[in-house]
Design a protein around this ligand. Structure first.
Ligand code: NAD
Length: 473
């Protein structure tokens, strides 16, 4: 069976060599077919991006940026169609899907307003040294299934504005919104500038290792990120790795329990917990621990879990069967080791539904505390001493995000300064902005995205150092 969705290769919307089912996680039933590429189509896509590169790199930057703005405008015009498809393939409630699409529009516009900046490093005594920013070539962009559209735009915006071409590969469980975006690219961009191919987790390695790919921009798990880095080594390709996290929320003792619990709850449960910077463990002072846990449990019990396309749904299903099984296993283990205050058992209905779950009384070495659960399950841990909690928060191989909650902002900020991660938010969560760089420390990544620094990652610093030609003495 062919798919109504098509790959984008060299400006043409084309069929794959075969197709595979895309599952709606709210029903666990297939609802569409996705075209699948093979090595030959992958090579064709890379060759198209390579041959489009020199003309695209030579296109004036304002013209490239105008085309990125045009992509944003077209995406905005079709926002409802994109949001509905995103909910069906990814599971998130429709309003959150719309938020992702409009965030993608905003991200493209923000990058269209940025420019690769030339820096005059010296201009004296006839010596002029300028650091220019030149494009790299073909960028391979590989994305995960939790935010398939906006994470692709975080890569596509800066890559295109700086003059690179791209082969984009979405995750196999959420490929369709990216293919739909490919349609917009086919309408607006010169052929070959953006290519979109799909796989069943079998082409990422080939794409990463392809000799004509200059840069790998990868968002996904730390385990896969390590493989991407290994395949980049042979060609010394540039890499940006946005990987997993196990973010701690540190609640200080001066908070209003109801206010802070609400914020921590939302930070843990949005997108059914499937956010790289979701709150994945919460540390609460002993004096307010019981009340805080009870408030979290109350919030969990009143949350509407439902098919994301149904009005009123606050939490949709987990995105895919593999992730569902992983979280179910973590839940089973947590039931043995700790006290489940709300949720805890998979919902008895079709689809990959898990209730928001609050677990207390776990040790720090419980798998639910140490691993990235990536589901709607929050372990809540007790602490007595601020030095001790900072050490426990930092005792992780990850260092992506984190939050500190306290009425005294200066004190909370001091604690935030000591959390070893790329971003720490104080009294807020998920304040991700296309103009503010975002990156992980430790095993949460290398390099970063967003902001001028994110734009620069798609460029090579190119220094031209000129002096007058002096007559030979
Ligand atoms: P994943 O690593 O399983 O897959 C990500 C992508 O890599 C998919 O497109 C997949 O097909 C591809 N892939 C698989 N094998 C590959 C290989 N050998 N070489 C190259 N690519 C390969 O991740 P996932 O389960 O889709 O996503 C969830 C993970 O992503 C979580 O760990 C989450 O924290 C992380 N994430 C990080 C950020 C961030 O900005 N740091 C953002 C979102 C998600």
């Amino acid at each position: 069976m062919t798919s109504k969705y098509k790959l984008l290769i060299d400006g043409e919307m084309v069929d794959g060599v075969s197709s595979f089912d895309v599952i709606n996680p709210a029903t666990a039933q297939p609802f569409a077919r996705c075209p699948k590429a093979d090595e030959k189509l992958l090579n064709h896509a890379v060759a198209a991006a390579k041959s489009a590169f020199s003309a695209w790199a030579a296109t004036p930057v304002d013209q490239r940026a105008a085309l990125v703005t045009a992509l944003a405008d077209r995406l905005e015009q079709r926002a409802e169609e994109f949001a509905a498809l995103l909910t069906t393939e990814q599971g998130k409630p429709l309003n959150q899907a719309m938020f992702e699409i409009m965030g993608s529009v905003m991200t493209l516009r923000a990058f269209a307003a940025m420019r690769p900046e030339a820096n005059i490093l010296r201009d004296e005594g006839g010596n002029r040294v300028i650091e220019h920013r030149t494009p790299l070539g073909v960028v391979a962009a590989i994305t995960p299934w939790n935010f398939p559209v906006i994470l692709a735009m975080n890569k596509l915006g800066p890559a295109l504005v700086t003059g690179n071409t791209m082969v984009l590969k979405p995750a196999p469980t959420t490929p369709l919104t990216t293919l739909l975006f490919g349609e917009i690219c086919a309408q607006l961009l010169p052929r070959g500038v953006v290519n979109v191919i799909c796989d069943q987790n079998d082409l990422g390695g080939l794409l990463s290792a392809h000799p004509d790919v200059a840069k790998l921009s990868f968002t996904g798990s730390t385990a896969t990120g390590k493989k991407v880095m290994a395949s980049a080594a042979a060609g010394l390709k540039r890499v940006t790795l946005e990987l997993g996290g196990n973010d701690a929320a540190i609640v200080l003792d001066d908070v209003d329990t109801a206010v802070a619990a609400r914020k921590v709850y939302d930070g843990a449960m949005a997108n059914a917990g499937q956010i790289c910077v979701a709150i994945k463990r919460a540390y609460v002072p002993e004096a307010i621990y019981d009340d805080f846990c009870d408030e979290l449990a109350r919030l969990a019990k009143e949350t509407v879990v439902d098919d994301g396309s149904r009005q009123g749904a606050k939490i949709g299903p987990v995105q895919n069967a593999m992730q569902y099984d992983k979280v179910v296993a973590l839940l089973a283990d947590a039931r043995e080791r700790g006290t489940v205050l709300a949720g805890g058992e998979p919902l008895d209905r079709p689809g990959y539904f898990l209730p928001p779950t609050i677990v207390r009384d776990l040790d720090d070495d419980a798998p639910l505390v140490r691993e990235e659960q990536f589901g709607p399950v929050l372990p809540v841990l007790k602490y007595r001493d601020i030095e001790d909690v900072i050490a426990r928060a930092n005792d992780s191989e990850y260092g992506l995000g984190g939050t500190v909650w306290g009425r005294d902002v200066a004190r909370a900020t001091e604690v935030a300064m000591r959390i070893d991660s790329g971003t720490v938010w104080v009294n807020q969560h998920l304040a991700i902005d296309p103009n503010i760089p975002f990156r992980g420390s430790k095993q949460s990544g290398i390099g970063g995205e967003l902001g001028q620094a994110g734009l620069n990652e798609y460029t090579q610093a190119h220094v031209v150092n000129a002096v007058e030609l002096e007559p030979v003495a």
